[in-house]
Design a protein around this ligand. Structure first.
Ligand SMILES: O=C(O)[C@H](O)[C@@H](O)[C@H](O)[C@H](O)COP(=O)(O)O
Length: 225
């Protein structure tokens, strides 16, 4: 984060989209497919729209999620639904999208099938775009997730998580799988998240603020007021 005048949210999203498109082009110059890992929530919506309008060989781009609520793909709060509605539009609809849910009743039951599906993608990801909550969570690595230690330590690609502060069970890419990406971005907005990030930067307890697990990736921060 710099102290220069911050860009408005829309403009920041366009700048991020151009940077991500360029990173994908760089990787696609020497590999058949390139993988982009995106987050859900409300922040990425204008970024998704901006990225969808970028010129790319979309049929060679793969997209998956950093995490997902274990809900039906057409549910209001499904990240897959968000990605389909805002990113996989126009020419970007040619991208291969790999969702993180299955028809299984629970993420614990579906995790092995999700891992198998993820194994077919072009790892390491070209770019991982993380969001962050006011509690310092990122992906579905929440301070109160029962499986936080596991998700921070395992070399499995994805972990089912139960989190008392969250209404649904979730599935999240593991910290290891997220770390492996070539580039890491934190996309956040608002004064509250800026303050949380400042707090994260001034300490080292990952269990208190899980975003700390990614601060040294290095993490390119895109912040707008
Ligand atoms: O909600 C999700 O799907 C993501 O898992 C989560 O990590 C998100 O990136 C943050 O909660 C920020 O969400 P907002 O952009 O809605 O503030």
């Amino acid at each position: 984060m710099t102290d220069t005048t911050p860009l408005p949210r829309e403009q920041l999203s366009r700048q991020l989209a151009e940077a991500v498109a360029e990173a994908l082009r760089v990787d696609l110059a020497h590999q058949d497919n390139a993988l982009l890992v995106v987050s859900g929530g409300s922040t990425p919506v204008p970024f998704f729209a901006a990225l969808a309008s970028c010129e790319l060989p979309w049929e060679r781009v793969q997209v998956t999620l950093a995490d997902e609520r274990w809900v039906a793909e057409d549910a209001e709060d499904s990240n897959a639904r968000l990605v389909r509605a805002h990113l996989l539009q126009g020419p970007a609809a040619a991208a291969t999208f790999v969702p993180l849910t299955t028809a299984d009743a629970t993420p614990e039951q579906g995790a092995a099938a999700v891992a198998e599906r993820l194994a077919g993608l072009a790892w390491p990801a070209s770019v991982v775009i993380l969001g962050m909550g006011g509690d310092g969570h990122t992906a579905s690595l929440f301070p109160d997730s029962q499986e936080l230690s596991l998700a921070l330590a395992t070399d499995a690609p994805a972990v089912a998580v139960r989190t008392p502060s969250q209404p649904q069970p979730r599935i999240t890419l593991s910290a290891d799988r997220l770390h492996q990406a070539r580039r890491h971005v934190l996309h956040i907005t608002g004064g509250n998240k800026r303050a949380v990030l400042a707090r994260a930067l001034s300490g080292d307890d990952v269990r208190e603020l899980p975003i700390r697990a990614f601060l040294a990736c290095p993490l390119a921060t895109y912040w707008a007021p």
